[in-house]
Write a protein that binds this ligand. Structure first.
Ligand code: 0GY
Length: 299
């Protein structure tokens, strides 16, 4: 699918504010994406939105402006199962980015090994009907059983299908990372039905992680996203070794309430109020998942 760049969607703030909160050294933005450049890395014919280019140079400039050291780039649905744009970004990062791919479940061992060599450490299963045409659980499980050593599975779903997904999630034989906490209704508060169901999932296995991300998507009241802070801070406090954080830049397909990335960073001390929690959320946890060899080398 092609279209002039000016007609495509720009979903990010051109001049994000400089946050007052300073992330600890080595902080990882563990959920972000790259788009294109489309001339070199065309979007999928099945893409549900067509964004303007948001390539690695823009991502790394934002990383530096916000005070982060590394990125985990997640394949966005607009690029389908062609991970080339993300691999290109990782290759340009000088070791400061790793990635999560989206693959055709029929992928073979040689291509998985190629992705591993390119810095990929997991695959993403997306269950959002507005983003993907199908999400075949049996084929997803098949590929989840054949992943390279050390990889995990990232799952993106909305709270209303968590119950239905439970047998599938239970059967995945590698660690699980849940995007945006499975999109709970944060207006229900920290003890609401959605958060209770999500905690039950976390309690069912020790190897389920979550991204405490996307106040802009989850809190309908908008900035400063007080309901998000109120619902998510207790989760980070109770599961401090399993929480990850990311900007979600360039905020795929956001059109009405594009967030200021600096304001998103200001959310960090509200959900992780102590330096110890901040270090786990931004450094220790993502390093264990994405750069475990560096953690081991440090002993
Ligand atoms: C996100 C959220 C969204 C989009 C995608 O792959 C994507 O297109 O992930 C969304 O629209 O909620 O985490 O980037």
């Amino acid at each position: 699918m092609s279209m002039d760049e000016a007609e495509r969607i720009r979903s990010w703030t051109l001049a994000p504010s400089k946050p007052r909160f300073v992330p600890p050294p080595g902080a990882v933005d563990a959920h972000c994406h790259v788009f294109g450049p489309a001339e070199r890395f065309p979007f999928s014919p099945k893409a549900k939105y067509l964004p303007q280019d948001a390539g690695p140079d823009m991502l790394f400039a934002l990383r530096d402006r916000l005070g982060f050291a590394r990125n985990v780039i997640v394949q966005a649905s607009c690029h389908g199962t062609d991970n080339a744009a993300m691999l290109h970004a990782i290759a340009k990062s000088q070791g400061r980015a790793r990635g999560v791919a989206v693959v055709d479940p029929a992928i073979g061992a040689a291509e998985l090994a190629m992705l591993d060599g390119g810095g990929i450490r997991g695959i993403r299963f997306n269950f959002l009907k507005r983003l993907v045409d199908d999400a075949p659980k049996d084929r997803f499980l098949d590929v989840a059983r054949r992943l390279p050593k050390g990889w995990h599975v990232v799952v993106y779903f909305e709270a209303d299908i968590l119950d239905e997904l439970r047998p599938f999630l239970d059967a995945i034989p590698v660690p699980l990372v849940i995007d945006h906490m499975g999109r709970p209704d944060v207006t229900q508060g920290p003890g609401g039905a959605d958060m209770r169901a999500f905690r039950a999932l976390l309690d069912s296995r020790e190897d389920i992680w979550f991204k405490a991300t996307c106040p802009d998507r989850l809190d309908p009241a908008g900035p400063p996203w007080d309901d998000f802070a109120g619902a998510v801070a207790p989760l980070v406090a109770d599961y401090p070794d399993r929480a990850l954080w990311g900007t979600d830049w360039p905020h795929p397909n956001m059109q009405d309430a594009i967030p200021d990335d600096g304001a998103l960073v200001e959310m960090i001390p509200r959900i992780a109020p102590t330096p110890e929690l901040q270090h786990k959320l931004l450094v220790a946890n993502p390093m264990r998942l994405y750069w475990p060899e560096e953690v081991r080398a440090k002993g």
